[in-house]
Design a protein around this ligand. Structure first.
Ligand code: CA
Length: 485
């Protein structure tokens, strides 16, 4: 049986823009491994339009991994190219995989404007044209003067893009599509057509765009030796685009690279449709589950916990779900703000970390104590329980609106494995559950220390597992405590 996978999202939105993050994570690569984390998703490593202040989603130069003096600095927000490579080497040394974040929807921060014939579209209905074609000055020419054509001599022009949202001639902002082009049809249908998100929108109908992204992918994989990709904003990009792109990367790597896409929508049907359209080449983040967790945390105990997995990818497409509690976009003040409240964090994490389906992705600020730079003890324990004990068949007890639970019966190839989880978003109590007759007579304790009872498992494998108000208890064999502490 394979060990359980756990992904760490290795950054957050509000890191200091001081080019130190690659070094910071590198110093913690041993601790990351020891906590049971098997892969780290790193933020976009190339230069964004805001230079050292760019979180990474404003793609400027894909070939500048913190190597050229562009947009005000040599390093990116996270450090230099050398430091990036050193970090990847350190994680690989510890046997931890690295997933790269790639942003192929748009470019920002062009070096020059171009006169382009364009037509305006209505902001909330991108199928509706406003007015006549007009000449605008679009920020679409990317020459990367300070890279001096290193790695690539390609100049990106308006032909590589479908549209922009700014006319430098008039200073006006609106959504312009370039004359003679059409928005991609196989994209999300929010706002009529959600091809356009921001900046200069990449045109996948233009063969040179596809070729250049492919050339870059080959170069980047060769440079970085990453083990997989987290792909940004897939709902704004032709749904079939990544089939070919990922196939080629897998061929070059000589193995199947991991891939997970960000399709931000709470309707599971849209995610299922995307999974069908992309040929099973990537997983998707389980956004509907995130919203369930968010609502459970922010409804004063009135949320019906029996429905926590309803209408989620984890339920309908379990092999394709990357489960998460929060990310850099759901943080306070960010575009998709929907932060799962702190009192419910451990309940939420026990629901994604200890089950037999889904690949959990734990968020940076939930894992690291920002003050001390160490891994938070409760999270470390949950991840260790996942790594060492959360194996074997699963029994569900989602039979009460407040208190729910599930058990794992253990696997003989993992010493002392087996676990019983009971949690509530309201008043405490207890739940009668079975951990299997193989555990009969064993003493179980709450490894999170929220309850201090010592439970003896009955002859048929059952016991009454308690939980405190608004809390979670994770009951394990007392003999396994040393494995997770
Ligand atoms: Ca797009």
């Amino acid at each position: 049986m394979n060990k359980n996978k756990t992904i760490l999202q290795g950054f957050e939105w509000y890191l200091e823009p001081n080019a130190s993050h690659w070094r910071y994570v590198k110093e913690r690569s041993g601790a990351i491994k020891d906590a049971g984390i098997t892969a780290v998703w790193l933020p976009p490593a190339y230069k964004g339009a805001q230079g050292i202040h760019d979180v990474g989603y404003g793609t400027y130069d894909l070939y500048d991994l913190g190597e050229f003096d562009q947009k005000g600095s040599v390093p990116t927000k996270y450090g230099t190219k050398q430091e990036y490579h050193d970090l990847i080497d350190a994680l690989h040394y510890h046997g931890v995989d690295v997933y790269a974040d790639i942003v192929f929807d748009h470019f920002l921060g062009a070096d020059e404007t171009e006169e382009v014939e364009a037509i305006r579209f209505k902001d909330n209905d991108r199928n509706e044209v406003i007015g006549e074609p007009e000449k605008i000055a679009a920020w679409t020419k990317f020459t990367f003067p300070n890279r001096h054509q290193a790695y690539s001599d390609y100049t990106w022009t308006w032909k590589n893009f479908k549209g922009v949202n700014h006319d430098e001639n008039t200073g006006e902002n609106a959504i312009w599509g370039f004359e003679g082009k059409h928005w991609e049809s196989a994209v999300d249908h929010e706002n009529g057509n959600y091809d356009y998100l921001m900046g200069a929108d990449l045109d996948m109908d233009y063969q040179e765009t596809v070729e250049q992204l492919d050339l870059w992918g080959r170069w980047y994989l060769h440079q970085s030796h990453v083990d997989g990709f987290r792909i940004d904003a897939v709902k704004h990009i032709r749904f079939s685009f990544f089939i070919d792109w990922l196939k080629k990367r897998n061929e070059e790597a000589g193995r199947e690279l991991f891939a997970v896409g960000e399709y931000w929508n709470g309707e599971v049907e849209r995610l299922e449709n995307y999974l069908d359209s992309c040929g099973g080449m990537m997983h998707l983040f389980d956004v509907p589950l995130h919203f369930n967790l968010f609502h459970a945390s922010s409804s004063n105990g009135s949320y019906d916990m029996r429905t926590i997995f309803d209408h989620t990818l984890l339920t309908s497409r379990q092999d394709w779900a990357v489960t998460f509690v929060d990310n850099h976009d759901t943080q306070e003040g960010q575009s998709l703000q929907s932060w799962v409240e702190d009192w419910f964090k451990l309940q939420a994490y026990s629901l994604i970390l200890l089950r037999d389906t889904g690949i959990p992705c734990v968020f940076y600020t939930d894992v690291f104590d920002v003050q001390t730079g160490t891994i938070k003890e409760d999270m470390r324990i949950l991840m260790k329980v996942r790594e060492c004990l959360a194996y074997g068949s699963q029994m569900d007890y989602f039979d009460d609106p407040d208190i729910v639970g599930f058990t794992r019966h253990g696997d003989p190839s993992y010493e002392n494995s087996g676990v019983a989880i009971v949690l509530t978003n309201a008043k405490g109590g207890s739940k009668r559950m079975s951990v299997g007759a193989m555990q009969a007579g064993h003493t179980f304790v709450d490894c999170l220390g929220n309850c201090d009872e010592r439970l003896i498992i009955e002859e048929d494998g059952r016991a009454d597992f308690p939980v405190k108000d608004g809390s979670v208890s994770v009951w394990i064999n007392e003999s396994a405590l040393a494995q997770v502490k």
